[in-house]
Design a protein around this ligand. Structure first.
Ligand code: ADP
Ligand code: MG
Length: 569
């Protein structure tokens, strides 16, 4: 043993702990599900590790979770005999928060004056282990990594520091003991040492956990004699049924939601639940969720909680990227395949034919679910699009099989209405007589585009123009040429001569005269601007602006140029 060391929490961790201690989140109960969730993960990891490494010197004979209470001391312990943590892991995993976006979250929390909004933020982030400090004034964790000799004891009151020491004797796995706050002692609602309370919480939050959650309870020795002698009995509190294997009609909404929270670490309800079953040549069950809020790191991509892969109920891996394309990276869930090898590696996955077929079906199902949502619940669809639209549009660039399906569920800002987004189908339906193309313009903001000289002729004609302001818009418009036989055309590129036909007949003499009249000016301008522009020509598209810069049809837009420059090209 190396004695007791006192270490400091990382700054962000300290701030989050302060929030927990002052209970920003009103539902204290959830600390138990967070501990059980971690224990369950630890058991999954150990089983997997022992499958891969047959010589792992670990005991996997009776993997389980145990809850223990001491009513006198007012402590509750959640114990697992899973993978455990080494000393370095305890310091790294418990003393620090590795989640990206933590600093940003804390900044927003500080600024938020609205309690409900704060709850939303923190709930979306998920605080895991730290949630114990909502109920505890002291937390102790003892952990021994499977296969290692020495264990580690960690203890903290949730203020700036924690202590850590090595201990010689401890069972494999992790035990977390919370010492309940004295100020809650009189409140029945917070009596987390009461059997009824624990039963209720496990049932509500953790019933689907695949490992037994056990507790030793006291029973009257003689039935019907509650005041007589007692005996103890070990009981399993959860049903352990894999949710995805149960028929949809038998699963309550609440159960789906709890399961979602377990796998996503998101405390909010999911926006949409997709429960599907593949039958035939290869069988699988899938339970997918679309979150109701985009995570902080949707675009930085370092959080990795996507689809979990199971094979015949055995957890194989988190974030199986082979099952979902990048542009649907926000979809969470579980896929349980019947006929894959338990030893399948991430490298092989990408090439596996079954995985590819499953992925194809999952993607189609997600896209069709959103399409149904559009028709059935416009508000929820709007939420979806607002949160994830920017990611979904990336699919237009690289998922050609589903390009049409993605276009169908996409919606865009337009000149028609400042509030309402428009789908391409709606756009086409209300196209003006004589209009044959779908017009758009890309740019940095709505107002920049609206005030662009390019817009004048279109406004004059009453043609609707799509206003594309997301960076990804610059790119997908290059990949998508048409929708329903209508060309997608940028109003800032090439010759978009709205009146080309008409002009020839009616304005021919006038045009010719204008050309002659302005010839000296045009050639002077051409000479002056030779370095900057390719050509100077007389325009019929402007109504009030004197001049406009136009790109060639194949040119990059200014925003795209800026993006490439920013990326160092
Ligand atoms: P999350 O579960 O979202 O990663 P937590 O705060 O709940 O966040 O836990 C942080 C990390 O600590 C976990 O990712 C895990 O690596 C480690 N951990 C927590 N509890 C246990 C446990 N019972 N056994 C092994 N590792 C654990
Ligand atoms: Mg956790």
């Amino acid at each position: 043993s190396t004695g007791v060391e006192t270490l400091e929490f990382q700054a962000e961790a300290r701030q989050l702990l302060q929030l927990m201690i002052h209970s920003i989140y009103s539902n204290k109960d959830i600390f138990l599900r967070e501990l059980i969730s971690n224990a369950s993960d630890a058991l999954d990891k150990l089983r997997l590790e022992s499958l891969v490494d047959k010589d792992l010197p670990a005991d996997t004979t009776d993997l389980h979770i145990e809850i223990e209470v001491d009513r006198e001391q007012r402590t509750l312990t959640v114990r697992d005999n899973g993978i455990g943590m080494s000393r370095d892991e305890v310091v790294g995993l418990i003393g620090t928060i590795a989640k990206s976006g933590t600093a940003e979250l804390l900044r927003q929390l500080k600024e938020s004056k609205d309690a409900a909004a704060s709850q939303d933020l923190i709930g979306q982030f998920g605080v895991g282990f730290y949630s114990t400090f909502m109920v505890a004034d002291n937390v102790t964790l003892v952990s021994r990594r499977a296969g290692e000799q020495t264990a580690t004891r960690w203890e903290s009151t949730g203020s700036g520091t924690y202590t850590i020491e090595s201990v010689d004797e401890a069972p494999q796995g992790t035990a977390v003991t919370v010492h309940l706050k004295p100020e809650d002692a009189e409140d029945q609602l917070f009596d987390y040492t009461a059997e009824w309370k624990i039963r209720e919480l496990v049932k509500r939050y953790s019933d689907f956990i695949a490992w037994p959650i056990r507790m030793t309870v006291e029973r009257p020795a003689v039935e019907g004699e509650p005041d007589g002698a007692t005996e103890t009995e070990v009981t399993t509190l959860n049903s352990m049924k894999a949710l995805w294997a149960r028929p949809r009609t038998e699963v309550a909404d609440e159960e789906y939601k709890e399961f979602y929270r377990h796998i996503s670490r998101d405390w909010n309800d999911p926006l949409e639940i997709i429960h599907m079953k593949g039958e035939g040549t290869f069988e699988y069950e899938a339970l997918l969720f679309i979150p109701s809020q985009a995570p902080f790191d949707l675009f930085t991509r370092d959080a990795k909680l996507g689809i979990q892969l199971y094979v015949k109920r055995v957890f194989i891996m988190d974030d199986c990227q082979a099952l979902m394309p990048e542009y649907l990276r926000f979809v969470k869930g579980v896929v349980d395949a019947q006929d894959l090898s338990l030893n399948i590696s991430r490298e092989i996955l990408q090439q596996d034919r079954q995985i590819q077929l499953m992925r194809r079906r999952l993607v189609k199902k997600v896209l069709s679910t959103v399409k149904d949502l559009m028709a059935s619940d416009a508000d929820r669809y709007r939420t979806f699009w607002q949160e994830f639209g920017r990611a979904v549009k990336e699919g237009l660039l690289n998922d050609f099989d589903n390009q049409r399906a993605i276009l169908d569920i996409s919606s865009f800002a337009s000149t028609r209405d400042a509030e309402q987004l428009v789908t391409l189908a709606q756009y086409v339906e209300r196209m003006k007589e004589g209009q044959s193309d779908i017009y758009y313009m890309t740019g940095e903001s709505r107002s920049m585009i609206e005030n662009s000289p390019h817009m004048e002729a279109f406004n004059a004609k009453g043609y609707e123009v799509l206003l594309l302001t997301d960076p990804v818009d610059e790119m997908w418009v290059e990949a998508v040429r048409e929708f329903d036989g209508k060309q997608l055309r940028s109003i800032a590129k090439g010759q978009v001569d709205l009146d080309a036909e008409q002009e020839k007949e009616e304005d021919e003499p006038e045009r010719a005269q204008q050309k002659e009249e302005f010839a000296p000016l045009l050639s002077w301008l051409s000479a002056q601007l030779a370095e900057q522009v390719k050509e100077v020509r007389l325009s019929s598209r402007l109504t009030t602006s004197p001049a406009v810069l136009v790109g060639d049809a194949q040119d990059m837009t200014p925003t795209l140029e800026r993006m490439y420059r920013a990326m160092g090209h």
